[in-house]
Write a protein of this length. Structure first.
Length: 317
Protein backbone atom coordinates (compact mmCIF):
# COMPACT_ATOMS: atom_id res chain seq x y z
CA UNK A 1 0.00 0.00 0.00
CA UNK A 2 1.33 3.43 -1.01
CA UNK A 3 1.38 6.34 1.41
CA UNK A 4 -0.88 9.38 0.63
CA UNK A 5 0.86 12.45 -0.89
CA UNK A 6 0.26 15.89 0.77
CA UNK A 7 1.13 19.45 -0.45
CA UNK A 8 1.41 22.28 2.01
CA UNK A 9 -0.54 25.56 1.30
CA UNK A 10 1.03 28.78 2.66
CA UNK A 11 -1.18 30.24 5.31
CA UNK A 12 -0.71 33.87 3.99
CA UNK A 13 -2.39 33.44 0.51
CA UNK A 14 -5.86 34.65 1.50
CA UNK A 15 -4.31 37.81 2.95
CA UNK A 16 -2.45 38.55 -0.32
CA UNK A 17 -5.64 38.31 -2.28
CA UNK A 18 -7.42 40.72 -0.02
CA UNK A 19 -4.52 43.19 -0.33
CA UNK A 20 -4.62 42.97 -4.12
CA UNK A 21 -8.33 43.75 -4.18
CA UNK A 22 -7.82 46.71 -1.89
CA UNK A 23 -5.01 48.10 -4.05
CA UNK A 24 -7.05 47.60 -7.21
CA UNK A 25 -10.01 49.38 -5.63
CA UNK A 26 -7.79 52.22 -4.45
CA UNK A 27 -6.29 52.58 -7.93
CA UNK A 28 -9.74 52.71 -9.46
CA UNK A 29 -10.76 55.38 -6.98
CA UNK A 30 -7.66 57.45 -7.75
CA UNK A 31 -8.13 57.05 -11.51
CA UNK A 32 -11.80 58.00 -11.21
CA UNK A 33 -10.86 61.05 -9.18
CA UNK A 34 -8.32 62.06 -11.84
CA UNK A 35 -10.88 61.63 -14.61
CA UNK A 36 -13.45 63.61 -12.69
CA UNK A 37 -10.87 66.28 -11.96
CA UNK A 38 -9.88 66.49 -15.62
CA UNK A 39 -13.53 66.58 -16.65
CA UNK A 40 -14.18 69.34 -14.16
CA UNK A 41 -11.16 71.31 -15.36
CA UNK A 42 -12.20 71.02 -19.01
CA UNK A 43 -15.78 71.92 -18.11
CA UNK A 44 -14.66 75.03 -16.25
CA UNK A 45 -12.40 76.02 -19.17
CA UNK A 46 -15.34 75.62 -21.55
CA UNK A 47 -17.58 77.75 -19.35
CA UNK A 48 -14.94 80.45 -19.00
CA UNK A 49 -14.36 80.52 -22.78
CA UNK A 50 -18.05 80.95 -23.59
CA UNK A 51 -18.75 84.39 -25.07
CA UNK A 52 -15.42 84.46 -26.89
CA UNK A 53 -14.13 82.85 -30.04
CA UNK A 54 -12.25 79.58 -29.42
CA UNK A 55 -9.07 78.61 -31.23
CA UNK A 56 -9.36 77.67 -34.90
CA UNK A 57 -11.80 80.37 -36.06
CA UNK A 58 -10.78 82.58 -38.99
CA UNK A 59 -12.92 85.22 -40.68
CA UNK A 60 -11.57 86.21 -44.12
CA UNK A 61 -8.17 84.84 -42.99
CA UNK A 62 -8.11 86.80 -39.70
CA UNK A 63 -7.65 84.88 -36.43
CA UNK A 64 -10.54 85.54 -34.02
CA UNK A 65 -9.32 83.40 -31.06
CA UNK A 66 -9.93 84.99 -27.65
CA UNK A 67 -12.05 87.88 -28.97
CA UNK A 68 -15.62 88.59 -28.04
CA UNK A 69 -18.04 89.50 -30.79
CA UNK A 70 -17.72 93.25 -30.36
CA UNK A 71 -13.92 93.03 -30.52
CA UNK A 72 -14.17 90.78 -33.56
CA UNK A 73 -16.33 93.31 -35.44
CA UNK A 74 -13.86 96.09 -34.66
CA UNK A 75 -10.94 93.96 -35.84
CA UNK A 76 -12.68 93.24 -39.12
CA UNK A 77 -13.45 96.92 -39.69
CA UNK A 78 -9.78 97.79 -39.17
CA UNK A 79 -8.14 94.91 -41.03
CA UNK A 80 -10.56 94.87 -43.98
CA UNK A 81 -10.60 98.62 -44.61
CA UNK A 82 -8.69 98.19 -47.89
CA UNK A 83 -11.05 95.44 -49.01
CA UNK A 84 -14.10 97.55 -48.18
CA UNK A 85 -12.90 100.38 -50.43
CA UNK A 86 -11.60 98.16 -53.26
CA UNK A 87 -13.43 98.69 -56.59
CA UNK A 88 -15.01 95.93 -58.60
CA UNK A 89 -12.80 95.28 -61.65
CA UNK A 90 -13.71 93.34 -64.79
CA UNK A 91 -10.79 92.32 -67.01
CA UNK A 92 -10.90 91.17 -70.60
CA UNK A 93 -7.73 91.05 -72.70
CA UNK A 94 -5.88 94.32 -71.91
CA UNK A 95 -9.04 96.19 -70.98
CA UNK A 96 -10.32 96.93 -67.47
CA UNK A 97 -13.73 98.17 -66.38
CA UNK A 98 -13.97 99.49 -62.81
CA UNK A 99 -16.64 100.80 -60.47
CA UNK A 100 -16.40 101.91 -56.84
CA UNK A 101 -18.19 100.11 -53.96
CA UNK A 102 -20.29 103.22 -53.29
CA UNK A 103 -21.66 103.23 -56.84
CA UNK A 104 -22.79 99.62 -56.36
CA UNK A 105 -24.16 100.09 -52.84
CA UNK A 106 -21.56 97.46 -51.84
CA UNK A 107 -20.87 97.08 -48.10
CA UNK A 108 -19.19 94.38 -46.02
CA UNK A 109 -21.53 92.85 -43.43
CA UNK A 110 -19.08 92.64 -40.51
CA UNK A 111 -21.65 91.70 -37.89
CA UNK A 112 -23.12 88.90 -39.99
CA UNK A 113 -19.64 87.44 -40.58
CA UNK A 114 -18.93 87.52 -36.83
CA UNK A 115 -22.27 85.97 -35.88
CA UNK A 116 -21.84 83.22 -38.48
CA UNK A 117 -18.34 82.36 -37.24
CA UNK A 118 -19.39 82.43 -33.58
CA UNK A 119 -22.43 80.24 -34.18
CA UNK A 120 -20.45 77.63 -36.08
CA UNK A 121 -17.65 77.58 -33.50
CA UNK A 122 -20.05 76.89 -30.61
CA UNK A 123 -22.52 74.64 -32.44
CA UNK A 124 -20.70 71.39 -31.45
CA UNK A 125 -21.75 69.63 -28.23
CA UNK A 126 -19.85 70.22 -24.99
CA UNK A 127 -18.24 66.77 -24.92
CA UNK A 128 -16.65 67.29 -28.35
CA UNK A 129 -15.46 70.75 -27.30
CA UNK A 130 -13.83 69.37 -24.13
CA UNK A 131 -12.26 66.47 -26.04
CA UNK A 132 -10.81 68.84 -28.65
CA UNK A 133 -9.46 71.10 -25.90
CA UNK A 134 -7.83 68.08 -24.20
CA UNK A 135 -6.02 66.90 -27.37
CA UNK A 136 -5.39 70.50 -28.53
CA UNK A 137 -7.20 69.96 -31.85
CA UNK A 138 -9.62 72.93 -32.18
CA UNK A 139 -12.37 72.73 -34.74
CA UNK A 140 -11.41 74.68 -37.88
CA UNK A 141 -14.00 77.30 -38.86
CA UNK A 142 -13.48 79.60 -41.86
CA UNK A 143 -15.90 82.36 -42.79
CA UNK A 144 -15.70 83.99 -46.23
CA UNK A 145 -16.62 87.57 -47.02
CA UNK A 146 -20.29 88.42 -46.62
CA UNK A 147 -21.37 91.60 -48.37
CA UNK A 148 -24.53 93.39 -49.44
CA UNK A 149 -25.05 95.28 -52.70
CA UNK A 150 -27.75 96.94 -54.75
CA UNK A 151 -28.65 94.41 -57.49
CA UNK A 152 -30.11 97.11 -59.75
CA UNK A 153 -26.88 99.09 -59.64
CA UNK A 154 -24.85 95.98 -60.45
CA UNK A 155 -27.16 95.26 -63.39
CA UNK A 156 -26.89 98.86 -64.61
CA UNK A 157 -23.09 98.70 -64.55
CA UNK A 158 -23.00 95.44 -66.52
CA UNK A 159 -25.57 96.71 -69.03
CA UNK A 160 -23.34 99.72 -69.63
CA UNK A 161 -20.20 97.75 -70.48
CA UNK A 162 -21.54 94.62 -72.18
CA UNK A 163 -21.44 96.23 -75.63
CA UNK A 164 -17.78 97.16 -75.10
CA UNK A 165 -16.92 93.62 -74.03
CA UNK A 166 -18.83 92.01 -76.90
CA UNK A 167 -17.75 93.00 -80.42
CA UNK A 168 -17.62 91.76 -83.99
CA UNK A 169 -14.26 90.64 -85.45
CA UNK A 170 -12.18 93.58 -86.71
CA UNK A 171 -9.78 93.04 -89.61
CA UNK A 172 -6.30 94.52 -89.57
CA UNK A 173 -5.84 97.69 -91.60
CA UNK A 174 -3.38 100.49 -92.33
CA UNK A 175 -4.17 103.75 -90.55
CA UNK A 176 -3.08 106.84 -92.50
CA UNK A 177 -4.71 109.50 -90.31
CA UNK A 178 -1.29 110.87 -89.38
CA UNK A 179 -0.14 110.96 -93.02
CA UNK A 180 1.99 107.90 -92.44
CA UNK A 181 1.11 104.22 -92.72
CA UNK A 182 0.60 102.50 -89.38
CA UNK A 183 -0.58 98.89 -89.19
CA UNK A 184 -3.49 98.42 -86.79
CA UNK A 185 -3.65 94.77 -85.61
CA UNK A 186 -6.76 92.67 -86.07
CA UNK A 187 -9.09 92.05 -83.15
CA UNK A 188 -10.99 88.84 -82.49
CA UNK A 189 -14.72 89.00 -82.11
CA UNK A 190 -15.82 88.48 -78.49
CA UNK A 191 -19.05 87.30 -76.92
CA UNK A 192 -19.88 86.95 -73.23
CA UNK A 193 -23.44 85.88 -72.32
CA UNK A 194 -24.97 88.31 -69.83
CA UNK A 195 -26.11 85.56 -67.46
CA UNK A 196 -22.54 84.23 -67.26
CA UNK A 197 -21.17 87.73 -66.67
CA UNK A 198 -23.70 88.39 -63.89
CA UNK A 199 -22.96 85.06 -62.21
CA UNK A 200 -19.18 85.65 -62.25
CA UNK A 201 -19.65 89.22 -61.01
CA UNK A 202 -21.85 88.15 -58.09
CA UNK A 203 -19.22 85.59 -57.13
CA UNK A 204 -16.43 88.19 -57.26
CA UNK A 205 -18.35 90.49 -54.92
CA UNK A 206 -17.93 87.87 -52.17
CA UNK A 207 -14.12 87.78 -52.48
CA UNK A 208 -11.45 90.15 -51.22
CA UNK A 209 -10.00 90.69 -54.72
CA UNK A 210 -13.30 91.79 -56.34
CA UNK A 211 -11.91 90.96 -59.77
CA UNK A 212 -13.67 89.21 -62.66
CA UNK A 213 -11.60 87.64 -65.43
CA UNK A 214 -14.34 87.85 -68.04
CA UNK A 215 -14.99 84.66 -70.00
CA UNK A 216 -15.55 85.32 -73.70
CA UNK A 217 -16.10 83.19 -76.74
CA UNK A 218 -13.90 84.28 -79.65
CA UNK A 219 -14.29 84.60 -83.41
CA UNK A 220 -11.02 85.19 -85.33
CA UNK A 221 -10.73 88.09 -87.75
CA UNK A 222 -10.64 87.17 -91.45
CA UNK A 223 -7.66 89.43 -92.23
CA UNK A 224 -4.83 89.65 -89.71
CA UNK A 225 -1.90 92.05 -89.49
CA UNK A 226 0.44 89.15 -90.28
CA UNK A 227 -1.04 89.13 -93.79
CA UNK A 228 0.00 92.74 -94.41
CA UNK A 229 3.33 92.95 -96.22
CA UNK A 230 4.31 95.75 -98.60
CA UNK A 231 1.91 98.62 -99.17
CA UNK A 232 1.85 102.13 -100.66
CA UNK A 233 0.59 105.31 -99.01
CA UNK A 234 -0.10 108.38 -101.17
CA UNK A 235 -0.16 111.56 -99.11
CA UNK A 236 -2.29 113.88 -101.25
CA UNK A 237 -1.53 116.95 -99.16
CA UNK A 238 2.23 116.43 -99.51
CA UNK A 239 1.98 114.94 -103.05
CA UNK A 240 4.23 112.13 -101.87
CA UNK A 241 4.17 108.38 -102.38
CA UNK A 242 5.77 106.14 -99.76
CA UNK A 243 6.48 102.44 -100.16
CA UNK A 244 6.41 100.45 -96.90
CA UNK A 245 7.43 96.94 -95.94
CA UNK A 246 5.18 96.73 -92.89
CA UNK A 247 6.60 99.40 -90.56
CA UNK A 248 9.75 100.04 -92.59
CA UNK A 249 9.94 102.78 -95.24
CA UNK A 250 11.57 101.42 -98.41
CA UNK A 251 11.27 104.42 -100.75
CA UNK A 252 9.58 107.82 -101.23
CA UNK A 253 8.67 109.57 -104.50
CA UNK A 254 6.95 112.85 -105.46
CA UNK A 255 3.66 112.31 -107.30
CA UNK A 256 1.03 114.40 -109.07
CA UNK A 257 -2.40 114.18 -107.43
CA UNK A 258 -5.88 115.09 -108.61
CA UNK A 259 -7.13 118.65 -108.97
CA UNK A 260 -9.78 120.25 -106.73
CA UNK A 261 -12.40 119.60 -109.38
CA UNK A 262 -11.14 116.04 -109.96
CA UNK A 263 -9.65 115.04 -106.60
CA UNK A 264 -7.85 111.82 -105.91
CA UNK A 265 -10.38 109.51 -104.23
CA UNK A 266 -9.50 108.66 -100.60
CA UNK A 267 -9.68 105.06 -99.47
CA UNK A 268 -7.89 101.74 -99.38
CA UNK A 269 -7.44 100.35 -102.89
CA UNK A 270 -5.85 97.29 -104.40
CA UNK A 271 -3.33 97.27 -107.24
CA UNK A 272 -5.02 95.53 -110.16
CA UNK A 273 -2.54 96.17 -112.97
CA UNK A 274 1.03 97.33 -113.69
CA UNK A 275 2.28 98.59 -117.06
CA UNK A 276 5.60 99.78 -118.38
CA UNK A 277 5.48 102.52 -121.02
CA UNK A 278 1.66 102.56 -121.10
CA UNK A 279 -0.60 104.07 -123.75
CA UNK A 280 -3.17 106.63 -122.74
CA UNK A 281 -6.82 106.56 -123.83
CA UNK A 282 -9.00 109.63 -123.52
CA UNK A 283 -11.70 108.83 -120.87
CA UNK A 284 -14.07 111.41 -122.34
CA UNK A 285 -14.09 113.53 -119.21
CA UNK A 286 -14.34 117.29 -119.31
CA UNK A 287 -10.73 117.68 -118.21
CA UNK A 288 -9.63 115.65 -121.24
CA UNK A 289 -11.67 117.66 -123.76
CA UNK A 290 -9.55 118.82 -126.66
CA UNK A 291 -6.98 116.04 -126.09
CA UNK A 292 -6.45 113.29 -128.65
CA UNK A 293 -8.37 110.06 -128.25
CA UNK A 294 -5.14 108.12 -127.86
CA UNK A 295 -1.53 108.90 -126.98
CA UNK A 296 1.14 106.32 -127.58
CA UNK A 297 3.99 105.68 -125.12
CA UNK A 298 6.58 108.43 -125.16
CA UNK A 299 7.49 111.87 -123.79
CA UNK A 300 4.02 113.35 -124.40
CA UNK A 301 2.14 110.56 -122.63
CA UNK A 302 0.42 111.92 -119.48
CA UNK A 303 0.90 108.58 -117.71
CA UNK A 304 4.66 108.73 -117.94
CA UNK A 305 6.74 105.57 -118.19
CA UNK A 306 4.89 103.51 -115.51
CA UNK A 307 1.23 102.96 -114.69
CA UNK A 308 -0.14 101.19 -111.60
CA UNK A 309 -3.87 100.70 -111.99
CA UNK A 310 -6.00 100.66 -108.84
CA UNK A 311 -9.33 99.04 -107.99
CA UNK A 312 -10.86 102.55 -107.94
CA UNK A 313 -12.34 102.99 -111.44
CA UNK A 314 -10.10 105.03 -113.76
CA UNK A 315 -7.62 105.77 -110.99
CA UNK A 316 -3.97 104.82 -110.91
CA UNK A 317 -0.48 105.87 -109.98
Amino acid sequence: MKAASWRAVPAHIPGERRLSRVMLLAGAVVLGAMVLGLFGYLFIQDVLAFGKFPQGVEIVGLNMAGLNRTEAVQKLRTELADVASRPLTLKVDEEEYRISPGELGLMLDYRKMVEDGYRRAWSVNIFERMARRFVNRPRAVYVSILAENNPERVKGFLDGIINSINRHPQDAYVDVASGKGVIVPAKDGRNCPMDRLRKDTDAALTTSRRTVNVFVGRTPAAYTDAQIGRFIVVNVGETKLTLYDRDQVLAEFPVACGSPSWPSPPGAWKIVSKQRNPSWSNPGSSWAAGMPSHIAPGPGNPLGTRWIGLSAPGVGI
